[in-house]
Design a protein around this ligand. Structure first.
Ligand SMILES: C[S@@+](CC[C@H](N)C(=O)[O-])C[C@H]1O[C@@H](n2cnc3c(N)ncnc32)[C@H](O)[C@@H]1O
Length: 289
């Protein structure tokens, strides 16, 4: 293992991959069908030829900048492993903040501690289903309606839901364009959560090749200014929130003024705030009806 890992690490570093050693380890472990710890337990052993052949194929994919998560087909989010493929965005650590803000906010919702009915949550832009599944696991009182415009993404989300029988009954997925399929009177929620596409079309060329060349454009491109989908969400959400309900949305770090401005402009939210991430950058809009 040692010499194979050292060779691959050098090769990846020469090709400009930032996390060369880690990538080499993850891919070798994947080729072996084991976890990374197993590499160190067998560090001085020779890698079998069949494994080496498979490993070479993985190395070729990685030097073309294919993301590790698409090669292995898995990514951890909030310590849970999710199945991913190129039809879904690879879950990002920053989206864990979004989930945390929903969990925090739910405690302040009117009637939530005492109310008899389920906590009703709508997720817009399901992707792999990571956010909805995590919320359902953390909030046993929650019933979640989770939607995406992409049918292939919904299939991945359904596959992930199957791995969590504890919450599968409480998450309903459907395909659609934002609020279009929802009845404004009947479909009302305590929380609407979303990590929508918010990259400006002009900024597309500046993205890392891992993102630009492999992740689904529909998951990232938010139109000319990056705020087209955000605008529609901020305007549409009040028709689907219960009184005192919360819209909680991830935004780009340079959208901390534009997006709350849009929310203010609707005149339909009583309280609007933007929450920073650990680096002090604005990342989450919370707007209460
Ligand atoms: C940034 S990804 C979020 C994926 C996942 N929820 C997460 O946070 O990791 C945005 C998702 O929104 C979906 N989407 C884009 N436009 C949409 C629309 N008009 N209606 C519904 N979903 C949309 C994309 O297909 C994509 O899955």
């Amino acid at each position: 293992m040692r010499s194979v890992l050292e060779w691959t690490t050098d090769f990846f570093a020469q090709r400009g991959l930032a996390s060369a050693r880690l990538d080499a380890e993850i891919l070798l472990a994947h080729a072996l069908g084991r976890d990374r710890l197993a590499l160190y337990l067998r560090y001085e052993e020779t890698v079998p030829n069949a494994v080496l052949r498979a490993y070479r194929g993985l190395i070729q994919r990685r030097v073309r900048h294919e993301p590790i998560a698409y090669i292995t087909g898995r990514r951890e989010f909030y310590s849970i492993s999710f199945s991913v493929d190129p039809s879904v965005l690879i879950p990002r650590p920053e989206t864990e903040h979004l989930v945390e803000h929903v969990l925090r906010r739910v405690q302040h919702l009117p009637g939530q501690s005492t109310g008899p009915g389920p906590l009703r949550i709508l997720e817009i832009g399901t992707g792999s289903g990571n956010v909805s599944i995590l919320l359902a696991k953390q909030l046993p009182q929650a019933h979640i309606v989770s939607m995406d415009v992409s049918l292939p993404a919904i299939s991945v989300a359904v596959k992930n839901r199957k791995e969590h029988p504890d919450c599968s009954e409480r998450i309903r997925f459907f395909q659609g364009d934002l609020f279009d399929a929802l009845h404004p009177q009947r479909a009302r929620f305590h929380v609407i959560v979303s990590n929508p596409p918010y990259v400006a079309t002009d900024a597309w060329g500046n993205l890392a090749p891992e993102v630009r060349d492999f992740e689904p454009r529909v998951a990232l491109d938010g139109g000319a200014r990056g705020t087209e989908i955000l605008y529609r969400i901020v305007h549409g959400a009040p028709d689907h929130l219960l009184p005192g309900g919360a819209l909680i949305v991830e935004i780009g770090h340079d959208q901390g003024e534009a997006v709350p401005g849009m929310a203010q402009h609707t005149g339909r939210y009583g309280e609007i705030s933007v929450l920073d991430d650990y680096a002090g950058k604005p990342r989450v809009l919370v707007a209460i009806t």
